[in-house]
Design a protein around this ligand. Sequence first.
Ligand code: FES
Ligand code: FES
Length: 162
Amino acid sequence: MNITCTINGKQAVYQVSSDMPLLDLLIDNAHITSLRPGCRKGHCGSCIVLIDDRPALSCLVPVFDIRGRDIITFERFQRTRDSTDIRKGFEQAEAVPCSYCYPSKTLITHGIISRNVNPEPDEILAAFALHACTCLEPDQVVRGVLQAGSYRGRRRKYARSK
Ligand code: FES
Ligand code: FES
């Protein structure tokens, strides 16, 4: 089957089998290198991408579901100012994830603060369940996301005032 979608700003048509997950299209057809699939079953959280600006586990998304949709991977996202807000927030809160999960946790954080720059701790921890680990304490995760939200909020406010 043919699937037309936009990956990292480039629209293309991909010829894929109908039972393929988005993860495989990204790696095999679009040659994305930031994804590190560990389980391919929705458990490890290391295959997260943004679909229409929301984080999703690409190993669980069938390709027929991405027709006409906008997919952003960490390669592209890390070059944005939105990504800088999150990096600064993690650093300020001393809650920087390890390099293995940094891409996924950055995209999860974006999914939270792009809708609400001051989310509730429960909301943050529920979203982080997509890529749970025990390296960071829950309060570190919450502080990191809130600090990122604070940077994002200040930047938006500044942009509106100009
Ligand atoms: S590869 Fe593990 S959740 Fe997708
Ligand atoms: S696996 Fe990366 S911070 Fe825990």
